[in-house]
Design a protein around this ligand. Structure first.
Ligand code: PLP
Length: 436
């Protein structure tokens, strides 16, 4: 496959854009470096790059593109919004419509506020939780990604009873000291952290189903235990559902049939993004009325946004949810993902390549290891070189994956059985090359 134009553009991009990319996850650093592929067009399940190579896409732009690229219903909604003016700085009826749709699908949200990204949504839930509880600290789980605001870019200290250390330069230790990181799927360490710091913990923040070190389900009882422990210590529970909302069914993880005991796993605040913007920039957060009333103009917690609730993003979000309301869409993504993962697993097994696949309906992660992946340590303890080789072999056969061993594959409503068969054949060839 020829990538001459991508390589030329990358050289040019490096002169103007830091690292040549506008988000570090787009660089190929984790898969051996070099020029990332520059795409020029996307339609349905496919991409075409600047060298006219065609790809089947499983990146789905890191998750938002669940209906495939340039879905006609969404494109029409965006066009109409553009024709009517893209930004008003006033309230619109469209915002009420999307807020109502979100509330109907996610009943723990009595009140909603739109922002522009998942990062903003998460960042504000933390502010609201702090305002409500009048406490400072948050507890989060190792490997869960919650955007790039200061507080959530803090990694674990040396144990559950230590405070965090910054994961990025530019974050003061004083901020890191407000964050405690504990392992996912482990209630004992959460309990230990709460015993030590509980009277100053504003919130326990979690991806209820993890999407950022592969797709990882909470163990039975984990979310119930988490909610109970947090509430026992007077802390709020924040679910970061930026990836998971509308991912597995028309609703979020907190109402997903794959998790039991819904009443006991309801959060106080929820952060949303990705799918709810239909491919345009968006975020939203919401929660219980009395907690959300902390937010300005009703309450003392300030949050604002020039672009927030813009008619283009909101229209795209409504159109996307309308597509997802069609009967059978989630069942079909589930069916295709099952076919695909069974095919890939069987092929890896045939070639003696250790592979653990975590699939949750239409999304899955493929880990190069022979052990289960239930937390971040286990996700890290996988073969990075094998992933990089697999990624390159798949790309060379026209299969576009995220260039990171931690990212998920997303089936969209646009993928077909033929795409799945072609992908299984590419995986077979990749494993053959890897084991040769
Ligand atoms: N939360 C989760 C779970 C995410 O996966 C992401 C992004 O990948 C974010 C928050 C941040 O969202 P955004 O990139 O829209 O700021």
């Amino acid at each position: 496959m020829n990538h001459t134009n991508s390589e030329r553009l990358y050289t040019e991009a490096l002169q103007h854009i830091v690292g040549g990319v506008n988000s570090p996850s787009r660089s190929f650093k984790a898969v051996g470096g070099g020029a990332p592929v520059f795409m020029k067009r996307a339609q349905g399940a496919y991409f075409w790059d600047v060298d006219d190579n065609k790809y089947i896409d499983y990146l789905a732009a890191y998750g938002p593109i669940i209906t495939g690229h340039a879905h006609p219903h969404i494109t029409k909604a965006i066009t109409k919004a553009a024709e009517n003016g893209t930004l008003y700085g006033t309230p619109t009826e469209l915002e009420i419509q999307l807020a109502r749709m979100l509330k109907e699908a996610i009943p723990s949200m009595d009140k909603v506020r739109f922002v522009n990204s998942g990062t903003e949504a998460v960042m504000t839930t933390i502010r609201v939780a702090r305002a409500y509880t009048k406490r400072n600290k948050i507890i989060k789980f190792a490997g869960c990604y919650h955007g790039h605001s200061d507080l959530v870019l803090v990694a674990a200290g040396s144990g559950p009873s230590t405070l965090g250390i910054p994961d990025s330069a530019g974050i003061p230790m004083s901020i890191a000291h407000e964050v405690i990181t504990v392992p996912f799927n482990n209630l004992e360490t959460l309990k230990a952290a709460l015993e030590k710091w509980g009277d100053d913990v504003a919130a326990v923040m979690v991806e209820p189903i993890v999407g950022n070190f592969g797709m990882v389900m909470p163990k039975e009882g984990f979310l119930e235990g988490l909610c109970k422990l947090a509430h026992d210590y007077g802390a709020l529970v924040i679910y970061d559902e930026v990836i998971t909302a509308f991912r597995f069914h028309y609703g979020s993880a907190q109402t997903f049939s794959g998790l039991a005991n819904h009443e006991a796993i309801q959060p106080d605040l929820t952060a949303l993004g990705k799918i709810i913007g239909g491919g345009l920039p968006i975020g939203a957060y919401g929660g219980r009325k009395h907690i959300m009333e902390q937010v300005a103009p009703l309450g003392p917690a300030y949050q604002a946004g020039t672009m927030a609730g813009n008619p283009a993003s909101i229209s795209a979000g409504i159109a996307c949810l309308e597509v997802l309301q069609q009967p059978g869409v989630y069942e079909e993504m589930d069916r295709l993902a099952a076919l695909l993962t069974e095919g890939i697993q069987a092929s890896a097994d045939r070639h003696g390549i250790p592979l653990t696949i975590n699939r949750i309906r239409g999304s899955f992660s493929a880990h190069f290891c022979d052990h289960p992946v239930t937390n971040y340590d286990e996700a890290q303890d996988t073969d990075s070189e094998a992933f990089a080789a697999f990624f390159r072999h798949m790309l060379s056969q026209g299969i576009n994956l995220a260039p990171s061993k931690y990212e998920a594959w997303f089936i969209t409503t646009a993928h077909t059985e033929q795409d799945v068969e072609q992908t299984i054949a590419a995986a077979e060839e990749s494993f053959r090359r890897m084991s040769a």
